[in-house]
Ligand binder design. Structure first.
Ligand code: AMP
Ligand code: ZN
Ligand code: FE
Ligand code: FE
Length: 280
């Protein structure tokens, strides 16, 4: 395939977090969609990469190892993608283990709140929905569907576990700056995920001063107007552009792998940045 027509999807989730495909399954879908490279960006966990790497080799695809880390600012949830992190980095490993512990604790609190408002659900229901790896609200949503309290995950968010709803407990309390620094210290490239959920360009400028390197300009939730807006913002702030579907499988309504993609040249730009910016 000529270099210019090669495509990459730089945002996908596996069953190691709140997706429901295996890493191999993601690679097979990417192959079928005609992609050349795909990033796995599970929430707060790197464990999906070895299986994805093996499948990628077999299928003749390229795995971009990634992660999506949670942070918060002024009560707003902020997601930072990290590409090419060293999985052996001790500070990163410690942070991720703590975050997964915090997520489990939060699930217990959310279950208790739901029970208080008369919604019968247990931590075991949530565990059964989450399988291996990181636990998150989509697993509570699935448990509520299985229990028959709601008919779709979306309804679960709208009625019970969306921000400010009766079963909601805020997620991360970590400042974005801390996450950005952790990613850079582990040799990775920090990129602000789906800026449309944040909507605050002033904050993005602040993250730049704190070491942000890229902006997820292309995303399944960004319409053409938002894409144009974030292309301009990325240029103005000299941020690298990335993009992807944020594919979760059937756990979240959304687009299939290959729908929101970027030219492979943007992957080259990420690699070039890493070469030119060795860890201090
Ligand atoms: P958590 O990290 O546990 O707070 O869960 C966040 C995940 O829940 C995100 O990755 C979204 O995919 C999903 N999510 C958040 N809000 C909604 C919503 N209103 N409807 C459906 N999914 C949502
Ligand atoms: Zn997710
Ligand atoms: Fe996200
Ligand atoms: Fe995501």
């Amino acid at each position: 395939m000529p270099e210019a027509s090669k495509l990459a999807d730089l945002h996908t989730h596996t069953h190691y977090s709140d997706g429901n495909d295996s890493p191999r399954g993601i690679m097979e879908l990417a192959k079928a969609a005609g992609l050349s490279a795909v990033a796995i960006t599970d929430h707060d966990i790197l464990e999906g990469h070895p299986e994805a790497e093996a499948a990628a080799k077999e299928l003749g695809l390229e795995l971009i190892p990634g992660i999506e880390m949670s942070a918060a600012v002024a009560g707003l949830e902020v997601h930072v993608l990290g590409f090419f992190i060293d999985p052996a980095n001790a500070a990163m490993r410690r942070h991720l283990a703590e975050q997964r512990e915090r997520r489990l604790h939060r699930m217990h609190e959310m279950v208790a709140k739901l029970q208080e408002v008369g919604v019968a659900v247990t931590i075991d229901d949530v565990m059964a929905a989450s399988g291996k790896g990181t636990m998150g609200r989509p697993h509570v949503a699935e448990a509520l569907v299985r229990r028959g309290h709601v008919s779709t995950p979306r309804e679960a968010f709208d009625r019970y576990i969306g921000n400010g709803k009766p079963g909601f407990i805020p997620g991360s309390t970590i400042a974005p700056k801390v996450v950005i620094e952790l990613i850079r210290q582990a040799g990775g490239i920090p990129v602000l995920a789906h800026p449309i959920y944040l909507k605050d360009d002033q904050l993005i400028e602040q993250f730049c001063r704190e070491g942000l390197v890229g902006l997820e300009v292309y995303h399944s939730s960004h319409n053409p107007d938002y894409v144009k807006r974030y292309e301009q913002l990325a240029d103005r702030l000299r941020l690298l552009r990335t993009g992807g579907t944020d594919y979760h499988g059937s756990t979240k309504e959304g687009v299939p792998i290959g729908q929101a993609v970027v030219p492979y040249a943007l992957v080259d730009a990420l690699r070039a940045w890493k070469r030119n910016n060795p860890i201090r």
